[in-house]
Design a protein around this ligand. Structure first.
Ligand code: HEM
Length: 171
């Protein structure tokens, strides 16, 4: 009877462990979706998020100067122009995500400008879309830096903003 019980338990347990491992294989944090605003470093490192993996064909970084005014035409409203997003003065070409950053896209607020303050605050409000991130809290600053890292891995750098507000110009 005891032997029979042990064998039955094994017969049930082995497939159960197998199924469990199949479901959670490679996923250290099954609740991670990448959908929260402000990526943590952890979310970026994990291969299993809904974010697209970073491309391996980024163009070498360029150092072209842009004024905030000169960035405006690259806000996605002209389909013949690339779309640029500036973060802490670094100008990224996000054209391959035109549906996200172009006209009507969820994150069009960030296109054709430097809206570092809004990124740090996880805000999509026009009033927060300012290049002056100097008064962000320490935790919002961390969020902003994480976004800068996120964009650096995914998008080519095409230049830098040369007329940031004085409070952040030399940071
Ligand atoms: C309910 C709240 C939100 C949801 C459900 C959400 C969802 C998502 C999803 C699904 C993606 C991945 C999109 C893709 O790879 O195509 C994404 C990316 C992103 N989210 Fe959000 N989001 C939310 C709020 C915010 C807020 C408040 C901000 C403002 C900072 C924000 C900024 C971004 C940015 C910059 C990306 C990166 C897009 C890229 O270049 O791939 N999100 N979000």
């Amino acid at each position: 009877m005891t032997t029979y019980t042990i064998i039955s338990a094994l017969v049930l347990a082995i497939p159960a462990v197998f199924i469990y491992r199949k479901i959670f294989a490679g996923s250290a944090n099954p609740t991670s979706t990448g959908a929260t605003a402000g990526t943590s470093e952890k979310a970026q490192e994990e291969p299993k998020t809904i974010m697209q993996p970073p491309p391996d064909d980024l163009a070498p970084p360029k150092d072209d100067p842009f004024t905030l005014e000169q960035l405006k035409p690259y806000d996605g409203s002209d389909p013949s122009k690339p779309i640029y997003v500036a973060i802490k003065g670094t100008v990224f070409d996000v054209s391959r995500k035109r549906e996200t950053y172009g006209k009507g896209g969820s994150y069009n607020l960030f296109a054709g400008r430097d809206a570092s303050r809004a990124l740090g605050m996880s805000s999509l409000k026009e009033q927060d879309a300012s290049p002056d991130y100097s008064t962000l809290s320490e935790s919002d600053m961390k969020v902003l830096n994480d976004w800068h890292e996120f964009f650096s891995k995914r998008y080519s750098i095409v230049g830098k903003v040369v007329d940031l507000p004085p409070a952040v110009a030399n940071l």
